[in-house]
Design a protein around this ligand. Sequence first.
Ligand code: KG4
Ligand code: ZN
Length: 335
Amino acid sequence: MTILGIETSCDETAAAVVEDGTRIASNVVASSQAMHAKYGGIIPDQAAREQVKSIIPVIKEALVADVDAIAVTVGPGLIGSLLVGVETAKTLSLALNKPIIPVNHLVGHIYANFILSEVEGSRPPEFHAIVLLVSGGHTELILMKDHGKFKPLGNTRDDAAGECFDKCARLLDLGYPGGPAVEAAASKLKVKSERLKIKLPRPMMNDDSFDFSFSGLKTAVANEVKKTNQLSSSPANLLAYKLQEAVTDVLVSKTLKAAEKYSPKSILLAGGVAANLRLREKLNKAVSSQQLAVSVHIPPINLCTDNAAYIASAAFFNYHPVPWEKINADPSLDF
Ligand code: KG4
Ligand code: ZN
């Protein structure tokens, strides 16, 4: 089955055609991120206008094959942005007489792990799986028992991991979006032992829950920034490095704790923050050093950040078409 996926939850306008949920025929993403970078954060109204401009050209470019169904992100996300994709998908469904499948954006992110790479021997994840879903608005540990069967184990009590990167990047004057900016700054650090004495907290790392908290880390970074009168690039790089170490330590440690408790066959990483190379490296290292009998799945970087291929994949593996009249955008859709 060939599915056209449409994703417009935030500042990416994306369309993709995916066969049987695993093979990408096309994957087109137009982003208005550069425009928002000027303002240090996303402007919802502008993002929606950009969605309107891009949606038809993006779908046109993605439509490289006849499709059997249309999948669309219905939430969570920015209402103005979501409406553009949802209403376009409904119109296409009506005009082409194709079934339409509403997809939760967060579930979509997870399905980036089910798209098979060209790499020889690439295998789909086996159940059950522990999922670490880390995006701009969400930080969740989930036990995935089967397709569509999710048991949330824990989430953030305040800021999400991506949000923490974004807010700290603003404090450090590193630009938007914060995650890639923090990663780039951290990699520029020239180690000076004197400076490495700064210590940032690892909030909730050793408590009994699978919950997270990142707002204290942002406060700790703000305090360090205040101590430095003039933030030269060197302390900014150092704090970016320290921040990345603290966030990734907490994420990996809680994921391993969940894996020890539930003995899954797979660990899946998902969401925009999964693009972080340090997080990817630390998770792989931790699993091999603990000698856990579990396979780690990490999507290629372009499938971690927002795209429509994983929306089409999620719709294939959870094929529940809904009459188009009943489909509505829901900005605060839960997991
Ligand atoms: O999943 P996503 O693209 O959009 C949402 O659904 O939220 O995630 C965006 C988040 C942003 O907070 C961004 O700063 C973060 O993912 N991010 C990263 C990296 N690339 C994107 N965080 C850390 N390292 C990265 N390389
Ligand atoms: Zn996302």
